[in-house]
Design a protein around this ligand. Structure first.
Ligand code: MSP
Length: 633
């Protein structure tokens, strides 16, 4: 990986059905770290992120909020972009699947596959999970109904659909998975291989029961279909480079992608469907697909209904973006699930960053000024401390291939911290204050030089994780972090002599949790969705006849005109508050799709809306006269 000329890496494109959370931030921060590292090495890097905006899930989310899908997508996509900008994510392109160039590219790919004979028209009947936007085979269902991935109920759909011949590519995909080993961590590969070995069924790739998606290419002329959102989304990795346009220079330069970073939940789409689509259009396959685990909060799965979803901005506002980046990359082994707790974050900041890194820097600033007016020299390090220096160089030698390109960011950081501990140990072992007392000034200066060089190594390698913090360190140590200094340090060169700068502590100790404690915003139990509300049909009606129900103290028998063939009979419990004659000719609001019921032997075919308090009952009526039968919305 380290000798490649270009490096193209991607995050998943995020669904715009909801605002960004810590899971999205995690994927993006890993990708940003790898991109920054690659650039620092001098590799021509292209880093893509963006938003996934079509599909049934978005259409429904928009409708619930009374917006058009595009309005809603614009709003949420802007939130993702604003967050990444605030986090100084170094993406080169932010793609949206509603971009006209993307739409064109997807249609071109569809047509290519169609012409190749890889797409045919049939009928899909089966389960669909709207939340995952995925077709679920009957054998995968949990309790015959639930989605195996998100646990939500699936819907049964029955519609005409175009299919992609996924089965045709089964052997080729298997071979690729086994021979090229593209999946990281490798331990995740088995589950994908097993999935393919169990047999791939052809994949439904168009939908007809909603509209929010890319239309089929006009050459196919079948306007009621829209392209399946996963096919649409996956092609973003190519359309972002100009696939579908005249200019293919970016594709030539950057394709195949060196790395797709994804969550474990969407690995199958990237490691099975995506390569099959690419094989069909005759493109090379991505080099690596790295799947990370899921974040929980204080040991619990995050969900909106529990009110425990972490907003990355709140964490960054309280603790600083770079500390947060460090925490996420250090806390969990890549691929495993991780838990977010403020305590764990504070411990990492106070211990790893404050004690191990910050204090070491403060200690040499202090000693350099106490003993040498801030001057630091590398002249005698090899003479007195070659063991320590070589130990650190050995760590640097392996750190990239073994850990960084394999996404093992926690190990990568653990290794860097070993260098810090060589430094901290050297101070405790050689005690510069005693060296000074014993007139061994050269040895004391060399010790300070050693520590400065160890800190320089750490700063350079940590730069991709904490760009600003490490620039402050390098500034104190009299050098700049760039490709040249990266190369020099990588080759084991030492810092030139310099005067160290005094800087304020980088990681002030955190004494107590800093995030505002949100009250857990639980949705009240009785909450209903707008869809549920619209199940109730309300209409304006006019009372055309009214009489008392003789044997009842409460009931009146009304005939109410709802603009239907004949008036409806409604038995209403309002006798104590209204006289029949004062009702006739007035308008009322009626629940018109209530199941008819018998009251005192008489059929009642609806219900009047009324409000009742201590002062009595009042019917709810339209403020101005409306046509009978007008729906109330
Ligand atoms: N739109 C698709 C991806 C299409 S890529 C061609 C999608 N979007 S998503 O917004 O639902 O998820 C994006 C990423 O966020 C996924 O990689 C997913 O794994 C990750 N996460 C969502 N919740 C997460 C956690 N709680 N923890 C860690 N990551 C999780 O899927």
């Amino acid at each position: 990986m380290s000798d490649c000329k270009t490096y193209y890496l991607t995050t998943p494109i995020y669904y715009v059905n909801d605002v960004p959370h810590i899971g999205h931030a995690y994927t993006t921060i890993i990708a940003d770290t790898i991109a920054r590292y690659s650039r620092l090495k001098g590799i021509d890097t292209f880093f893509l992120t963006g938003t996934d905006e079509h599909g049934q899930k978005i259409e429904e989310a928009a409708r619930k909020r009374g917006k058009t899908p595009k309005e809603y997508a614009d709003e949420i996509s802007a939130k993702f972009k604003a967050l990444w900008d605030e986090f100084e994510i170094s993406y080169d392109k932010f793609i949206r699947t509603t971009d006209p160039e993307h739409i064109k590219g997807v249609q071109k790919a569809f047509l290519e596959m169609y012409k190749k004979g890889d797409i045919y028209k049939d009928y899909y009947e089966g389960h669909y999970c709207v939340s995952c936007e995925s077709f679920v085979a009957p054998s995968q269902l949990v309790n015959d109904e639930l989605c195996p991935d998100c646990g939500k109920p699936t819907r049964i759909i029955k519609e005409e659909s175009y299919f992609f011949k996924l089965s045709k590519y089964q052997d080729q995909i298997l071979k690729w998975l086994k021979e090229e080993k593209p999946i990281l961590p490798e331990s995740r590969a088995n589950e994908v291989i097993r999935f393919v070995e169990e047999g791939l069924k052809d994949l439904s790739i168009t939908r007809t029961s909603f509209e929010w998606g890319i239309k089929l290419p006009k050459e196919i002329n079948d306007p009621k279909h829209v392209i399946y959102v996963w096919l649409d989304a996956l092609f973003n990795y190519l359309t972002a480079l100009g696939y579908g346009s005249e200019d293919e220079s970016m594709i030539k330069k950057y394709w195949p992608a060196k790395l797709h970073i994804v969550g474990k939940d969407i690995l199958k789409f990237h490691a099975v469907y995506w390569p099959a689509f690419l094989m069909s259009i005759g493109y090379e396959l991505p080099k690596k697909i790295a799947a990370h685990g899921w974040w929980t909060r204080d040991g619990e799965k995050m969900s909106k209904s529990k009110g425990n979803v972490i907003n990355p901005k709140e964490v960054a506002d309280a603790y600083g973006i770079e500390n947060f980046r460090y925490f996420m990359l250090r806390e969990v082994p890549f691929g495993a699930d991780g838990d977010f707790s403020e305590k764990a974050l504070i411990d990492r900041i106070n211990n790893d960053l404050g004690n191990d890194l910050g204090n070491l820097l403060n200690r040499i600033i202090g000693m350099a000024y106490k003993y040498f007016d801030g001057k630091v020299s590398s002249k005698d390090i090899e003479k007195y401390y070659s063991n320590e220096l070589n130990e650190a160089r050995e760590i640097i030698k392996n750190i990239e291939e073994k850990y960084l390109w394999k996404m093992q960011t926690h190990k990568f950081l653990e290794e860097l911290w070993k260098i810090l501990s060589i430094g901290n140990k050297a101070i405790d072992t050689y005690k510069p204050w005693e060296l000074m007392k014993n007139n061994e000034e050269d040895k004391a200066m060399a010790l300070i030089g050693l520590i400065a060089n160890l800190l320089a190594m750490v700063a350079v390698y940590l730069h991709a994780v904490m760009p600003k913090t490490t620039s402050k360190i390098s500034d104190a140590l009299g050098f700049e972090i760039n490709t040249k200094s990266f190369k020099a340090i990588n080759e084991g060169k030492l810092l030139d002599d310099f005067v160290i700068k005094k800087i304020p502590p980088l990681f002030p100790k955190i004494e107590k949790p800093l995030m505002k404690k949100e009250e857990v915003k639980k949705e009240p139990e009785n909450i209903i969705t707008i869809d549920e509300f619209f199940k109730v049909e309300l209409k304006v009606g006019e009372v055309v006849e009214a009489e008392e129900v003789k044997k009842s103290k409460k009931l009146l028998r009304l005939q109410v005109d709802l603009g239907e063939e004949k008036p409806r009979q409604i038995i209403a419990g309002i006798k104590e508050y209204y006289k029949p004659e004062e009702l006739v000719g007035t308008q009322v609001c009626v629940v018109s799709n209530l199941k008819p019921a018998k009251l005192m032997g008489m059929m009642s075919e609806g219900m009047l809306l009324a409000a009742k308090d201590e002062s009595g009952l009042s019917l709810i009526r339209p403020e101005k006269k409306k046509k009978t039968g007008t729906p109330i919305k």
